[in-house]
Design a binder for this molecule. Structure first.
Ligand code: GDP
Length: 295
């Protein structure tokens, strides 16, 4: 499970801290050195770790903590609070349009989990009373259109596709279809590529310009660690993301991407994928994730 090693390491460090009674500056520094190593091993971005440790240290070395009756507990509380802040502090709910349909564009590299996430999101939002429409604009991977149609069938959610058309036209006409048939939320599954390239970005920029999405969410694979964060940066610079969806958190034991991506890109994590099944998508809660890290 995600954060397993990190949690185990932090628990050891914190156990020692709690057992110490009174703390000196040196004790705190030693403990934070262990925290720093554990975060780096969990594949958290180097710069993010550095800033994080500096903030925790500054807050922990204050008189209030050192003079308190439970200084170890205070330091742990500071680590928890700063971890929560790192991941965005509060939930970042989906922005709904004042005048429906709300248009959500999913972008990302091939294999990141866009198509399955499109289905999962539509299913989740349907349960919340929305009337979603899925738009299949990934024309370069023919299996993606079929995959979305199958998911739509399972979830009883319509899927718009247009054979032979380009992605921009599919997206535009899909939105018109949603308006005509009173679907109040549209999820566009766009095409990915193996790597970030100009062709991909130009195509996405054009769809963005033509459909004016309320949300442009990057789907990234948590298992790719630091790379996920670099990819997120490229998309952020080119498109201006409104949020991120991290997939495969169930299979990455390190979880560094979850702890770095918000700090590096400033884009909030909106959802996390925790498995292959349609129900395995959850709204991201920074504080709950921080609790999971602390174990
Ligand atoms: P796309 O190319 O971005 O559209 O990626 P797909 O939606 O086809 O997903 C690629 C693979 O990742 C599929 O086998 C999915 O079942 C799998 N996948 C997607 N999200 C998750 C997740 O949260 N956890 C796990 N374990 N697998 C996932």
């Amino acid at each position: 499970m995600v954060f397993e090693n990190l949690s185990n390491k932090l628990q050891d460090t914190f156990k020692r801290l709690r057992g110490m009674g009174k703390l000196s500056e040196k004790n705190i520094e030693e403990s934070l050195r262990e925290v720093r190593l554990a975060l780096l091993e969990a594949d958290v971005n180097f710069k993010v770790v550095k800033d994080f440790i500096a903030t925790v240290k500054e807050r922990s070395i204050g008189q209030e903590v050192l003079n308190s009756l439970t200084p170890g507990q205070q330091v742990i509380k500071i680590v928890y609070e700063e971890l929560t802040k790192l991941m965005g502090e509060h939930e970042a709910p989906l922005k709904l349009a004042d005048r429906p349909p709300t248009i959500v564009m999913l972008v990302g590299l091939q294999g990141a989990g866009k198509t399955s996430t499109a289905g999962k999101m539509a299913g989740l939002l349907k349960k919340q009373g929305r009337r979603p429409l899925l738009i299949a604009a990934d024309i370069y991977r023919p299996a993606a259109i079929k995959q979305l149609q199958v998911l739509g069938g399972q979830l009883d959610i319509p899927v718009f596709s247009l054979e032979g058309a380009d992605p921009v036209k599919i997206a535009r006409q899909g939105v018109e279809y949603a308006i005509a048939y009173q679907r109040d939320l549209v999820i566009i599954d766009t095409a990915g590529r193996l790597h970030v390239n100009e062709e991909l970005m130009n195509e996405l920029k054009e769809i963005q310009a033509r459909v004016n999405p309320h949300e442009i969410l990057l789907v990234i694979d948590a298992m790719t660690g630091q790379d996920a964060v670099n990819v997120a940066n490229s998309f952020q610079e080119t498109l201006g993301l409104t949020g991120v969806i991290l997939t495969k958190l169930d299979s990455d034991t390190r979880g560094g991407a979850a702890l770095s991506v918000r700090a590096v890109t400033k884009a909030p994590i909106k959802y996390v994928g925790l498995g292959e099944k349609m129900e395995n998508l959850e709204v991201f809660h920074p504080s709950r994730m921080a609790s999971r890290v602390l174990g």
